[in-house]
Structures are given as C-alpha cells and as structure tokens.
Design a binder for this molecule. Structure first.
Ligand code: ZN
Length: 238
C-alpha cells in the first residue's frame, strides 16, 4: 500500500462499523477523497476532534482503491473562531456542503481548494461576520464551474433596463421578459463586484437588504445549477 502526504478540508463524515468513521475530504493534491479514520469514535482516539467539518488537516494516508486510510492527521487550522460563533459555523458548514456537491472524486482542483481555505480563513478572521461571504462564495463557485449569468442586460432580448433575475433564463431580465425575483441596481452591482475582482470591498459591506438579496440570488442560482437544494442552508434557516 502506498503511503502519501496531502492536506485537506473535512467536508463530511459518516459512521463505519463500531468505532470507525468515513471522512470525506477535499484534498489539495487529489481532489475529493474518502478515507477511513480507524477508532475515531473511541473516547481516546489519537485523532481527537480534528476530523470534523470544516477542519483543515495535514494528512498521512494509505492509498486504497475506493477508500483511503488515514494514518496521521495534524491540524493546519482549527478555525477556532468559527467553532465559537454559531452563525459563522453555519456559514462554514454551508460552504463545505456546496464544495462537496461541486468537487469530483479523485480530480485535483487547486482553485477550488484555494477558494475553500481562503473563505474559511476569511470567515474565521473577520472582526464581524461578513454579511455576504456565503453568498459571494456561491457566486464564485458558479464562476469556477464556468457559469456566468447576464448582469447588465436582459438575457432574452438584450435590453438594458433590467428588473428581475432568473438564473435558468440566463440572468437579468427586462420588464417584458421578467421572471424570478425582482432585483434593483444595487443588488446587481454587488454581484458584479463579487465576480469582477471586487470581493474584498464586498465582504466589508454591512448587512443590508441588498446584501441579503445578492446572497439569496447566489443561493438559488447555485441550487438551480446543482439541481438540488443545499441542506445546510435551509436546515439552519439561512
Ligand atoms: Zn428582455
């Protein structure tokens, strides 16, 4: 069996047998992998609480055909401030849930790994919970998937005066072709800034009806893209 080193973020876990757990990780080098953590559910497990979402760990693993086996796991970042703040933890779990949906087994995706660790760090380090971090992450995830909605003109006819947004129709829509929720210029401007390199400024925006609307739009766009609802978002009421 080949032993290898990698680092990864825990996306989710489930029980295996009496004492073991399957840990699904997004790794830096190998994309999404499933690995067994033996004895992890015993009180004196050598892994402690490190292998819980959204833990960022450095790993020593045995390669397996379907399931790898975790030999060592050392914490890279505890995201302690996330664990002490329920709202931020909820955002973090929604982020790893979305990544789990998008990531492919065994296919390295360096930009996705960078985005994930960057978002978790930003979420943990910001003095106030950034109102638009989760929404912005969803928009950036869609962009990474190669999905770019129309924001400046009607996705159906090209008219410049847009009043609504429907992801399935291709983005912003004019009065004549309107479908989906109404949007105003402030909301579309936020989305434009998220996708156009203005993310840092957007994350500093205080919570407002526009940040809430841009965030909700990002969630429904990603949901439409994934064709399923993101349980973490809805379960926890965000
Ligand atoms: Zn139109």
């Amino acid at each position: 069996m080949t032993l290898y080193r990698d680092e990864g973020v825990v996306l989710r876990t489930h029980k295996l047998g009496e004492a073991d757990r399957v840990v699904v990780l997004l790794t830096k080098g190998r994309g999404k992998v499933r690995a067994v953590a033996k004895g992890v559910r015993k009180t004196k497990s050598r892994f402690g609480g490190r292998l819980e979402p959204p833990g960022h760990v450095s790993l020593l693993m045995y390669e397996g055909r379907d399931l790898h086996t975790i030999n060592q796991a050392e914490t890279v970042d505890h995201y302690r401030s996330l664990r002490e703040d329920l709202d931020r933890m909820t955002d973090a779990l929604a982020i790893v849930e979305a990544v789990d949906q998008v990531a492919q087994d065994g296919e390295p995706n360096a930009p996705l790994f960078r985005m994930l660790t960057g978002a978790l760090r930003a979420l943990g380090e910001a003095p106030e919970r950034p109102a638009l971090l989760l929404g912005a992450f969803y928009w950036k995830l869609l962009a990474l998937e190669g999905v770019t909605p129309m924001l400046n003109e009607c996705a159906v006819c090209g008219a410049g005066d847009v009043v609504a947004f429907d992801f399935v129709e291709g983005g912003a829509l004019c009065r004549q072709h309107r479908r989906g929720p109404a949007v105003d210029a402030a909301v579309l401007d936020l989305v434009r800034r998220i996708l156009g390199g203005g993310l840092t400024g957007v994350l500093a925006e205080p919570a407002s009806p526009a940040t809430a609307a841009a965030s909700a739009l990002g969630t429904s766009a990603l949901e439409a893209h994934l064709e399923r609802r993101l349980w973490a978002v809805h379960l926890l009421g965000h």
